[in-house]
Design a protein around this ligand. Structure first.
Ligand code: DGL
Length: 265
């Protein structure tokens, strides 16, 4: 089916999910919405995140998308029930795919979760994991400085390593063998996180897992696009400063961002 995949995030971070969808589903078109006027979501309340998310979903529906991917962990943690309650098309979140991957990977049943303050406060990952296996021990830590560091491009600076040691030390002490990167920005910090946690701790990249889930959902509903190749066109919308989005977006995605428009919701 030829409708696009609608993806939204508070800003740039959801491009990590888009990048994975490009790899795994190269024939699909993306309509992306980055709510850059309201970034960050990770410090905001459930009500506010839900209000913004519902508005974005209505906008994407008007663009004729066939599925909506809530690429933002904070929005997936707080707004998913409200979104699913009002959507007539499938809505994919980033929490459940990440939780399933963590269960597949853990051997000692000790799983760490890192994310924004909003995501950690919501306990969304704990709920999703415990539902699947109540014996898993879960250790969480919010890492509010990670997203701004990534947006600054400081992914391999000494200061980032020091902050990572501070945040991740308690999870390392608990000997988690699997760590869920529960925020769109954290896949870009994989190198530093592995330096702190050690090579034996498996990292769950929710972007990768979410793209797998998008393929599964589209396949199940018979919505996969057959062929596309050169004719595939993507469209980006932001609520503020398209130029900044294009330039910061380069940290998250290899493909050049073209076809971008500012919209006020
Ligand atoms: N996209 C957000 C998330 O995954 C991170 C950035 C923000 O706080 O808005 O939670």
């Amino acid at each position: 089916m030829n409708g696009a995949i609608g993806v939204f995030d508070s800003g740039f971070g959801g491009l990590t999910v888009v990048s994975e969808i490009f790899k795994q589903l190269p024939d699909e078109e993306i309509v992306y919405f980055g709510d850059t006027a309201h970034l960050p979501y990770g410090t905001k309340s459930r009500d506010t995140i839900t209000r913004f998310s519902l508005r974005i979903m209505e906008f994407l529906k008007k663009q004729g998308v066939k599925v909506i991917v809530v690429a933002c962990n904070s929005a997936s943690s707080h707004a998913i029930d409200a979104l699913r309650g009002r959507a007539v098309i499938p809505v994919v979140d980033v929490i459940n795919p990440g939780a399933r991957a963590a269960l597949r990977l853990t051997k000692n049943k000790k799983v760490g979760i890192i994310g924004t303050t909003a995501t950690i406060r919501s306990k969304s990952y704990e709920k999703a994991i415990s539902k699947l296996d109540s014996e898993i021990k879960i250790f969480t830590k919010s890492c509010p400085l990670f997203a701004p560091l990534v947006e600054e491009g400081w992914i391999d600076k000494q200061v980032t390593l020091l902050i990572a040691k501070e945040y991740l030390g308690p999870l390392k002490d608990e000997k988690v063998d699997t760590l869920v990167l529960g925020c769109t920005h954290y896949p870009l910090l994989k190198k530093i996180i592995t330096r702190v946690m050690g090579v034996n701790v498996k990292l769950v990249d929710s972007a990768e897992e979410t793209a797998v889930e998008v393929r599964r959902v589209l396949n199940e509903k018979n919505l996969l696009r057959k062929g596309g190749g050169e004719t595939v066109k993507h469209k980006y919308f932001v609520s503020d400063d398209p130029e900044k989005f294009v330039s910061l977006g380069r940290n998250f995605i290899e493909k050049e961002i073209r076809n971008i428009e500012k919209v006020e919701l």
